[in-house]
Design a protein. Sequence first.
Lengths: 655, 487
Amino acid sequence: MGVGLRGRSGIISLVGECLRLEPTDERPVIMLLGPRGSGASDAHGALMEKFGPETPFAYVNVGGDQALLPRYALALLARQLERKLPRYRRSHFPRLTLGLLASDHQLRMTSLAEGRRNIRRELDAFQERAEARYGDYLAAFFEVAGGAVGAPDGASTAALALLRDALRRGRRRLPGRKFTSSAAWYGGHPLLRSRDPWEALVELNLWRHDGDEDDQDRLDRVLFSALLADVRSNVRRSFMPRSYLLLLDNSHTEQGRRFLDLLIRARHDDAVVAGADCDPLTVVASSNRWLPRWGPATGDQWPWRLRGPDRASLADWSEHRPGRDSDDTWWYPLRLRDLNLDEVRIRIELELRHHPDLAPFTRLAPFVHRLTAGLPRAVSLVLELLRHSSVPVEDGAEQDRWLRTLPDRTPREGEDSRTLAEAALDHLLRGFDPARRMALEESAAARDLSIGTRLLGSGDALFGEVRDRWLLHSPGTVTPALHPWLRRLLLWRLAGRPDDWDAVQELLAEHFRSEGRPVQEMYHRLAAERIDEVTGYLVDRFPAVPAAQWISEFNTITAAPNRLGQAGGPLELLAGLAPDEPPEAVTTASVIRELITVRWVWSDPLADPGMRLNDMIADGFNQLSRLRRNDIVALFNEAERYRHWRHPLTRAGEE
Amino acid sequence: MPRLEWPLHIVRRVVIGVIVLAVLAVAVPLTVDWIQEKRARCGDGVVKMGDDRECVGVTDGSYVFADHLGPVEKKIKEENDRVEEKGAKYVSVAYMTSFTLTEDDSNSEESVRHELEGALLAQHRHNGGDLSSSPKIKLLIANMGSSAAHWEHTVDELIDRKTSDDKLVAVTGLGPSDTQNLDALKRLSDNGFALVSSTMTATNIEGIKGLVRVSPTNVDEAYAASAYLKEEKVRRAVVVQDDARDNYYAKTLGDAFTKVFQDIEGHELVADRMTYDSSKESWPNELHYMPGQLCDQKPEAVFFAGRGMHLTRFLDAIANRPCQNREFMVITGDDTTNLTADDLAHAAESRVRVFYTGLAHPDMWREDPDSVSRPSARHFQPGGLLAEWFPDDQHQDGQAIMAHDSVLTAAQGIQMASLGEVTGESVARMFHQMNSRQQVPGASGFISFQNNGNPRNKAIPILHLNAKGRSELVEVSARRGEPARKQ
């Protein structure tokens, strides 16, 4: 299993199931949803690598800079699906090709009757010219839309080879074999007025060159219908695959959304409205955004609830799909999840095969996981940085100090001068202007992004945009928090603006004070480094509430972000936080104050990458347990938890 | 139709594999057959057969069965080529016998070579010689192998040539008289060939459709021997006979002589038949004790009814007889002609007067000019065509004459049948029309046939083995004493 497949096995098995279905069985349009960098492109590469050698597949990236008309995307798909595989006969797309051909060049005609007389001759001549120039007609589309078939990000060498193979293996038709022989299909199509095949083709041509927006839309629908008719016809024959695999990357773009709309509509028209067999396409599309056609991004008005990829299966789809009358029945939305600690660890080990120089960093897996929360692209970025930098390989204070400034390090000298934080933010927030990005940096100070954006005046639009981009860590949960990796980077940036940092934290603290939520208030006080205030609050609470509740509040407050100095390891950072006058005796206040500072530093993976402060926290809780007469088990347990620390599998950090 | 989902590349491989296997299944046996045929092939129509890998089959002379046959086969080939080159109408006549000989065969190389030379002479005379007539004949040489072991293959080859360009209508030769040859005769007869036997003398070979023979029967020979003895005033004779169960030759000779010698008063057999059994190992001993009895019985002549090879042992025994002062003559049948010159020279050393009935002899014409065809006989004389073609060969054994007469008979039948369609059956029918002026002018006598295929009153030469071991013609006899004459 390649790197791209790690954590995606549910998707792989689901696609495998779809490909094995009978040709006329219904298949979902599998939507891989998640923020940029959540591994959708990896999944495309993995699917290509897994099924490409045995199944006809096509990969189209509709998120490129180049506008990709649906007709171009169809041509690119068909061209790739024509690839000859050893175990199957070659697939043909005569209806689609004829439709493309008929709507390609404007026909010279003065009347429908004249057009009808000439069209066959003109189409044959046009086909011959295209074949003489490009080898086959569909290959001509590479001239105008070839950029959309580049390999997905992070595709393996094997996947790249398969894709190259799919593009290269064109074929020259036998001379004399003309696409016009499949004209009859157009004569019977319900979207076309003409019953005569040749008049229908003339109609297509008129739609393309003289038609309005509705005509263009109808043309695209006819072309999609032609594609589905071709694949249905193909799979009815012997020695043909049961299904074709369609991989659509970045389908949240306008042209991608249009492509999906047309595909879903064509399938629904054929399979539900017309009652024909369902087409045999297994579609896997990825989207970094919520699609507008699903209603508001809250998801309240969409019958689907996002499904996790680990348990994705046809049975799960059948169980949860809405009724067949709605075209929502075809979707199968899978929310890509972050990698867990074990997957990060395995990923590092798998990368070792190609990059043995990563070997010393395998034990840094917990650090990488805490830092990135398992976002696949973030994990890759950090690993790449470690591989290309002069990070001390020995585990110790020196390595801790180096890692402290990791976000400001440059992943690749020379090629890209951006720091890790900049490069990662640019990728995650692609399309955000600097002002909105700055606003987001400030809003990120709040754990609840909606509060941040509202208080800091950036408005609901920013929140909606972030939510659309799947950048909230836990969609649908009570607290809409930013993805930890994004928040950490944004706060790292905000920390570079100390005044703004303090102002924002003060504003938030005041807000929560006025709301009567002292824990949240203290969270922001601590972020503003007002340790004594926080100590005072927690000392007062210590005898007042049960130990378990006190620990919970303590944990929430000490998970606050910091803008501590960038130099030094955890102990040096702690030294900087010590009281001006050390206490003469051990008191509850002195113990709690030290515990607050230690855990605050510990909470930041960049401040304590190796979690060296575990023992100090454990000692702190032990001392605290001695300072309390009753209800000490929770404190004792907490001390034990830190002493024998086991990093949580999925959560990136403590809150 | 259900869709097939088997992997196409596997299906293709399987289909290609099956096709390849099918092609191989056809090609390999064909190739093996071709190689075997190539290896088993000696020449056109001639293949290697049997443990000895001897070459048997039918040739037009292009394949030489044995070195000693080279010159005669070459001439036959030339004559055949001439026939084809001229473009004239032709049919074929085969001469069939065992040409590849071993010790198991009673014929000698010399005798079969002479046969082929005689056959060639008849072909030559018919095609362009003194008897030139139409249609022409091609002479095919058919070898059944030693002891006629591969007669079936050779007969099949002949049957194939019935409908080929060769247009085979008649088969001649056909000796000696054994079971294999008899089977071959029947098979050829069933396939409608005209058959002319040259040297078969066994009395029981008769009544086979299409078959005639130019040689006298054993009974004829015994009668001729008896006639000769009576003419020589021999009154007392005795019969020494091989009592072996399957020696039909000896039995018919002995029975016929016993019957005919005593038919006139004054001629008697002085004792019961003295017998030996050549199928038992003790036969030389039996022969050894006979001279004593002969001394006691005092016959003037001994009629020896047995094979030539036993005769030499018998003569050895007589040479050492107790009554050395008593002389008597030994007379026997034509099997003596199968003895080699060395055997005959050894027999001559016994100093016993030995006479035997032969099938033919070159001197018959000189002795009795009316009993044989002069033009035919002339070719066997010194200065004749045979002496010209094969100057180193002697033809005293009469085999060349008999072969010549058999082919000549077939040729005459073909010529007579040519008024209609020439087929094996039409030629065979003509054999029975060869009476009066249509007698075959053979060098062994004028030949016409009885309904059973035997020659009518065929001339039989009485031969004497002289002191040099060569046969001298004593007189020309016949079953009734007087041979058939020119009509």
